[in-house]
Design a protein around this ligand. Structure first.
Ligand code: HEM
Ligand code: HEM
Length: 176
């Protein structure tokens, strides 16, 4: 059955802005083991700034989502698919918040001067400790894998709806 309802323009903005920023942070993929501290600080500053921007967008987005319900999924969509869609979407919300907070903790303990965009200092939050830093970065990396897995399921489902079902689910998140 075709769906007429769409997400609000602001919900679309949050969705696609977070998509772009997360993709940037994943692709930039900082591997700093061999970097001298000054260069590490430089490389990380955009990653951290983008990460904090994701946090601000996600807080606003969560508020918007709570006050503006998503359009209904198609009536003929099997129950298990509807449940999976909700599980994946809320899993993504949770994983992104976990990712950002682990990132902030990793930055706080980093053995280099950590700051977001060179203007929001983060090192003052905890004493530099390479051991704790490495453990938190491992967790940050583990949550990244969870995000990638949920993202893959989410995109395959969107493609299935657009190509096989042609039921308007993908269009509900597109401005046209
Ligand atoms: C959703 C947003 C984020 C994504 C997708 C992301 C992704 C990643 C990835 C893929 C790595 C590489 C991990 C590895 O292979 O070792 C990494 C490392 C790191 N990220 Fe993030 N990150 C995000 C947010 C943040 C935030 C908000 C901060 C801090 C404010 C941050 C700080 C760090 C630090 C300190 C490292 C480790 C660099 C090192 O080796 O010292 N990240 N991040
Ligand atoms: C090419 C990439 C993507 C496509 C084609 C896509 C497509 C869609 C579509 C069609 C919906 C509406 C589904 C429904 O009505 O239930 C949706 C919702 C959603 N998407 Fe994506 N998406 C993509 C990337 C992402 C990424 C990277 C994230 C998170 C990191 C994400 C998180 C969500 C969430 C949480 C919802 C639920 C609605 C909301 O709360 O805003 N999506 N997406």
């Amino acid at each position: 059955m075709p769906r007429s309802t769409k997400f609000t323009p602001l919900a679309m903005f949050f969705h696609w802005a977070v998509f772009l920023l997360i993709t940037y942070n994943i692709l930039q993929h900082p591997e700093l083991e061999d970097f001298p501290p000054a260069l590490a600080a430089d490389t990380m500053t955009v990653h951290m700034g983008v990460g904090l921007s994701i946090l601000i967008l996600m807080i606003a987005r969560l508020y918007w989502r709570m006050t503006h319900p998503a359009p209904d999924l198609p009536d003929d969509m099997p129950r298990w698919q509807q449940r999976t869609a909700h599980f994946v979407q809320w899993g993504l919300y949770l994983a992104i918040f976990a990712m950002v907070f682990l990132g902030i903790a990793a930055a706080a303990f980093a053995p280099y001067e950590a700051s977001a965009f060179g203007i929001v200092p983060l090192s003052w939050m905890a004493p530099a400790n390479e051991h704790i830093h490495e453990i938190i970065v491992e967790l940050h990396e583990a949550v990244n894998k969870i995000i990638l897995l949920l993202f893959l399921i989410h995109v395959l489902a969107a493609g299935y709806h657009a190509i096989a079902k042609k039921d308007g689910v993908l269009r509900s998140m597109l401005p046209w």
